[in-house]
Design a protein around this ligand. Structure first.
Ligand code: MN
Length: 469
């Protein structure tokens, strides 16, 4: 067996190496080793020791052989057809997206096998975390018998608070991979990130350092530059909609190269995002509530160490059946209580056949916990009002710098929520950090609380106008 040094982590005393090794029989593995000997990228390694220089004709030949072995391994892993979903519309979409999905999967596997640094960033909600977990399960299944996937030090999972990939996020990710030298360009996977123009700067600054695999399902509006990336995929490009969640997309991608069972995560993502494809059964509902809780406030899982959440931690939590069902129950109860408390505090505005309810969430929220986050709470409140009133409506909740708008399924389009986000940005651009979402859900982050009331009044006025027209 021989391999080549494909990635190096430089450390003060002992460098850390990834070696992509070919056993000559079509078997391929990515081995990690520490060595006091200085090795170079592309250097040949046999039995754990340097076995030849990295330069010259031989090195090139070896590199080609390994590349071929990687390509062979990917080809044999990729499935011919998408997994059957049981829903006609989804099967159709999956078939249309399949070439893009398998192209994305090939890229992911190539980086993974070549030991390149990989950063997976996901939105902190049930959808985003389901997506990240599905990718994790897929890679774990794929690397079965190939050891240590969980401990791989150059595979980073980062929960992202929000749906913007800005300069700050970009700088952080560049810093993460700075200690590495890699034959393959590092990869970043972005899951459930939205299509804000505010991400353009982040995209621009990582282009030199990363290949980008972007899995999303938000409507593609404005001058978002991510959509022209080579590995950008979004059901909207294939006649689908936001109902096809990022968690579902990631799950299909994971299944394109593995036998990982990600079904319940896919289902939790559909429930979490109120997709029309959601199939609400108890286990998936509980998982969705649980993910929502721990992505809002990771201290439920990791005692607040750093506020990050990784698939390893999710996996560990789910193995503890008692703890995870307790937490799911707590999440459900806490959200229901908050919605109950909110009802008497609502202000109602009439808009034709519908009502627009506004709420200062600061009067409801527990100060000591992040849970429930404003967006999730707004969805629950909407659900409760729909049930109580027996008809659709709109809720506008706000706390601090954040405003969250939710519209019932049959009202959102008419209320013009997606266009509303754009109009607000145009009008109050300097006072808004971000605004965007789906036709039934919009989130707005203001740069400060000053002027919030004016913007709230404007939101209500615009929605009323749309509903009257
Ligand atoms: Mn989503």
């Amino acid at each position: 067996m021989y391999g080549i040094v494909s990635c190096i982590k430089h450390r003060p005393n002992l460098d850390f190496y990834y070696v992509t090794a070919d056993d000559g029989n079509g078997g391929l593995s990515t081995i990690e080793l520490e060595s006091p000997l200085k090795m170079e990228l592309g250097e040949m390694v046999a039995d754990g020791a340097a076995a030849g220089p990295a330069d010259g004709k031989n090195a090139l030949l070896r590199k080609k052989l390994i590349e071929k072995a990687i390509a062979r391994k990917i080809e044999s892993a990729l499935k011919e057809t998408p997994p059957a979903s049981g829903v006609n519309e989804l099967d159709k979409l999956n078939r249309k997206m399949w070439p893009e999905i398998t192209k994305g999967a090939s890229l992911l596997l190539k980086k993974f096998l070549a030991g390149a640094p990989i950063v997976v960033r996901f939105h902190n909600d049930a959808d985003g975390s389901s997506g990240a977990y599905s990718i994790y399960k897929g890679l774990k299944d794929f690397s079965e018998g190939n050891g240590r996937m969980e401990k791989r030090i150059n595979l980073f999972w980062i929960m992202n608070r929000g749906v913007i990939y800005g300069k700050e996020e970009a700088n952080y990710d560049i810093m993460l991979i700075n200690a590495y030298e890699s034959q393959e360009k590092p990869l970043i996977v972005l899951i459930d990130f939205g299509t804000s123009e505010k991400s353009n700067e982040g995209i621009k600054s990582i282009g030199r350092y990363f290949d980008i695999l972007w899995l999303d399902h938000h409507p593609m509006t404005g001058n978002f530059e991510g959509k022209s990336l080579e590995y950008y995929m979004n059901p909207w490009m294939f006649g689908g909609s936001s109902d096809y969640t990022a968690g579902l997309l990631s799950s299909v991608l994971a299944k394109s190269f593995s036998n990982a069972d990600t079904t319940i995560f896919k289902d939790a993502s559909l429930i979490g995002d109120y997709s029309k494809y959601a199939n609400p059964y108890k286990e998936a509902q509980d998982l969705s509530a649980l993910l929502d809780l721990i992505t809002s406030d990771a201290s439920f899982v990791n005692s607040g160490r750093n506020g990050n959440l990784t698939p390893y931690e999710i996996e560990q939590l789910l193995q503890d059946k008692t703890r995870s069902s307790e937490l799911a129950m707590y999440a459900n109860v806490r959200v229901a209580e908050a919605a109950d408390e909110a009802i008497p505090l609502l202000k109602e505005n009439n808009a034709g056949r519908h009502s627009i309810y506004t709420l200062d969430y600061g009067n409801v929220k527990e100060k000591q916990s992040r849970y429930p986050l404003l967006g999730r709470f707004s969805s629950k409140l909407l659900e409760k009002l729909e049930k109580e009133n027996g008809r659709g409506c709109i809720v506008v909740c706000h706390v601090g710098n954040f405003i969250s708008i939710r519209a019932s399924r049959d009202v959102g389009e008419e209320a013009g929520l997606v266009q509303l986000a754009g109009a607000l940005l145009e009008r109050y651009g300097s006072r808004i950090d971000s605004a965007g979402g789906h036709k039934n859900a919009v989130g707005i982050k203001l740069s400060g609380e000053a002027g919030k009331n004016e913007i709230l009044r404007q939101i209500v006025a615009m929605i009323r106008k749309n509903l009257a027209g």
